[in-house]
Write a protein that binds this ligand. Structure first.
Ligand code: PMP
Length: 395
């Protein structure tokens, strides 16, 4: 065992008894190289992060240029830092007029925390409506709106007054009422098993929020930045949220998150008291420089088409005995298999053949597929053939 791997097992806090334990040497494009000389195709993009592949040259160049200017200079919101301003402008240029102000943070869960606080302060209410099987992060606020008891129970009490409804069901939408601060949902549930919202249902949720003065928060931490075909999933659904949570693929592999809303809603963060929501590192200049290059690159090519090709190729190749369905949109896909045993064995077999596949937190019969959007067609087809052969062999 290498020194590095000994330290990993002895000193890095572990999150399970069975970490994947790949010892990374480097990563480039769709590939990850390990210190023992193996090469893997990254079919989950570090869980929906490296949409442009690893170390995209434009992102690396932007990071290097910013390294030569400055790193952290002051806590968030005080100094004018051009990487932040430039990126906020570019991002808002892509969004409807009601999403014209960005609060930068460092991660997905922080963006959800910020969104919840913003909704409480703006509405003066404290009730939240969330959905079964959702995942919004692992800090206390985001865990409070995460719809899976097995993850919540060890940390009770969480935020009070959170009500969970069934995703895609009209049944209890009247529970969204005039005491509700916000409704939070993922337009496509990720950890819940790659479950897309139904368009008409989402419109009903929007309508109910409008009727009751509740804010609608879309957690697009996983669906954002062309992962599902459109820049953001809400554009496909044609339903505009009041607060949009972003992270993951935002900064080309650098840590970053944001919650985006209107100038009117964000007014409440300025006073009573001033500085009521601040962060030291949110909007780090290197992350913002990377995010600008990342978004500019994403906008300069036909990424909706690339995401759609990934989906079509998956649907064409991945079928047959053992495969229940391919779910999802664009490059956010779930391969539903017949049993937990088959799923585990397929993931292991593919891993032995150099494919990194993902799991989801709430489902044991689903393989997550989220390749870098830059993956070429041959490599994609080859990878899917490996998965198909694994299923055929093991079934
Ligand atoms: N929301 C969603 C939909 C996510 O998929 C995730 C991460 N899997 C998060 C929130 C939390 O993001 P982070 O891990 O950056 O805190």
């Amino acid at each position: 065992m290498s020194e590095s791997s000994q330290s990993f097992y002895n000193h890095i806090a572990q999150t399970s008894d069975e970490p994947m334990g790949l010892e990374i040497d480097r990563a480039e494009g769709p590939f990850i190289y390990t210190t023992n000389g193996n090469k893997y195709v990254d079919l989950i993009s570090g869980i929906s992060v490296s949409s442009l592949g690893h170390r995209h040259p434009n992102v690396i160049k932007a990071i290097q240029a910013q390294l030569d200017r400055h790193l952290h200079v002051m806590v968030y919101g005080e100094f004018i830092q051009s990487p932040q301003s430039k990126f906020a402008q570019l991002l808002c240029d892509q969004l409807p007029a009601t999403l014209d102000r960005v609060y930068f943070v460092n991660s997905g869960t922080e963006s959800v925390e910020g969104a919840l606080k913003l909704a409480k302060k703006f509405t003066g209410r404290n009730k939240f409506v969330a959905f079964h099987n959702s995942y919004h992060g692992d800090t206390h606020g985001s865990l409070s709106v995460t719809g899976r008891n097995v993850y919540r129970d060890p940390y009770q009490p969480l935020l009070p007054n959170v009500h969970f409804l069934d995703f895609n069901s009209d049944d209890k939408l009247e529970r969204i009422d005039d005491t509700t601060a916000a409704v939070i949902l993922e337009p496509i549930q990720g950890e819940g098993g790659i479950i897309p919202a139904q368009k008409e249902w989402l419109k009903k949720v929007r309508k109910r929020c409008d009727e009751t003065g509740s804010l609608l928060i879309f957690d697009e931490i996983q669906t954002g930045f062309f992962r599902t075909g459109s820049l953001f999933a809400f554009q496909y659904y044609d339903v505009v949220p009041d607060i949009l949570c972003l992270a993951k693929a935002m900064a080309g592999g650098m840590p970053m998150g944001a919650f985006v809303s209107s100038s009117k809603i964000f007014e409440v963060f300025k006073k009573d008291p001033p500085l009521n929501h601040v962060t030291t590192f949110g909007g780090h200049p290197v992350s913002c420089a990377a995010a600008y290059a990342n978004l500019q690159t994403l906008l300069s090519d036909d990424f909706p088409q690339k995401a759609s090709t990934i989906e079509q190729t998956a649907r064409k190749i991945l079928k047959g005995t053992g495969i229940v369905e391919v779910r999802g949109r664009g490059a956010m896909l779930g391969l539903q298999l017949e049993s937990t045993n088959l799923t585990q064995k397929v993931v292991e077999d593919c891993f032995d053949k150099g494919l990194i596949l993902g799991w989801t937190l709430h489902s044991s019969t689903l393989i997550r597929i989220a390749p870098p959007l830059i993956i070429d067609k041959d490599l994609l087809e080859e990878s899917f053939q490996i998965i198909l052969k694994a299923v055929q062999k093991i079934i």
